[in-house]
Design a protein around this ligand. Structure first.
Ligand SMILES: [Mg+2]
Length: 261
């Protein structure tokens, strides 16, 4: 199937995969993505999951097709491995990303310490650590997450490069220059696909950077997306689907593939 769409950037949880209802995976959406791939389009999953968690997700939901690229933890860019590994870093982006984050977290220590104090004393949220230090947190609910992001917004005023990605009750700290939109822009640069030929779909806060029209000229969201995402997609002249999850992605793909935008 040939269409204007040359690169698909699809969020995983809540977009391709339903976490609430059955079936988790929309078969007809998978068929359409396969047809687009056969027509020469490239499919990337753009997710907050790590490489390993994404691989377990692909296995858990028995995905019938494989993505051509994966963009993970809301910032890293991987292509299929050439030496037996499933995936390998594509270009030097991941290295630059790691370096910028190491510098950021060392220069933002005092701001992060303030945030940790607030989380520990004023909330029931759980802090998440990885080998390099604080990674993010899990809030008890949306209301608590709203209070936390309000606090972080004030605390980061003096350190604007310290940012965060929010996805439901999960939050990950990051460098302001790295997000799903930036990772997608880097992949598009590497494989030479212009903005006009990029389709993106997502459902939550952490997807807005790829749905605001800057990187992808065909942004969309399924009906289950949060209001902020729908507003961003509409403002960018994108497509808000009437159907949820994968069925909504399929609806949006057909909308743009048929050229009736
Ligand atoms: Mg999602």
């Amino acid at each position: 199937m040939h269409s204007r769409i040359q690169l698909l950037s699809l969020d995983f949880d809540g977009t391709l995969v339903s976490r609430v209802g059955e079936p988790a995976l929309d078969e007809r959406c998978m068929e359409l993505i396969r047809a687009l791939q056969e027509g020469g389009a490239v499919w990337a999953i753009n997710t907050g999951r790590s490489v390993d968690l994404l691989e377990s997700g692909l296995a858990d939901f028995s995905f019938p097709i494989r993505p051509d690229f994966i963009l993970t933890t809301e910032r890293e860019v991987f292509r299929p491995g050439q030496n037996g590994d499933k995936w390998e870093a594509f270009g030097d982006w991941n290295e630059r990303c790691a370096r910028d984050h190491a510098e950021l977290f060392s220069s933002a220590k005092s701001v992060l310490a303030e945030v940790i104090d607030f989380i520990t004393q004023e909330t029931k949220a759980r802090l998440l650590y990885h080998s390099e230090g604080l990674e993010g947190l899990v809030a008890e609910n949306d209301e608590e997450m709203n209070r936390i992001t309000e606090f972080i917004e004030r605390a980061r005023a003096g350190h604007p490069k310290l940012d965060y990605q929010r996805n439901t009750v999960y939050l990950r700290f990051c460098h302001a220059d790295y997000h799903k939109g930036a990772a997608l822009a880097e992949l598009a640069r590497l494989i030479e696909v212009p903005r006009n030929n990029i389709f993106a779909a997502g459902d939550h806060h952490n997807d807005i950077s790829m749905l605001d029209g800057k990187v992808a000229a065909m942004p969309s969201c399924p009906a289950n997306a949060i209001q902020e995402v729908k507003a961003a997609v509409r403002a960018a002249g994108g497509y808000v689907a009437a159907k949820e999850h994968g069925a909504g992605v399929r609806e949006a793909l057909l909308h743009f593939a048929n050229g009736d935008q």
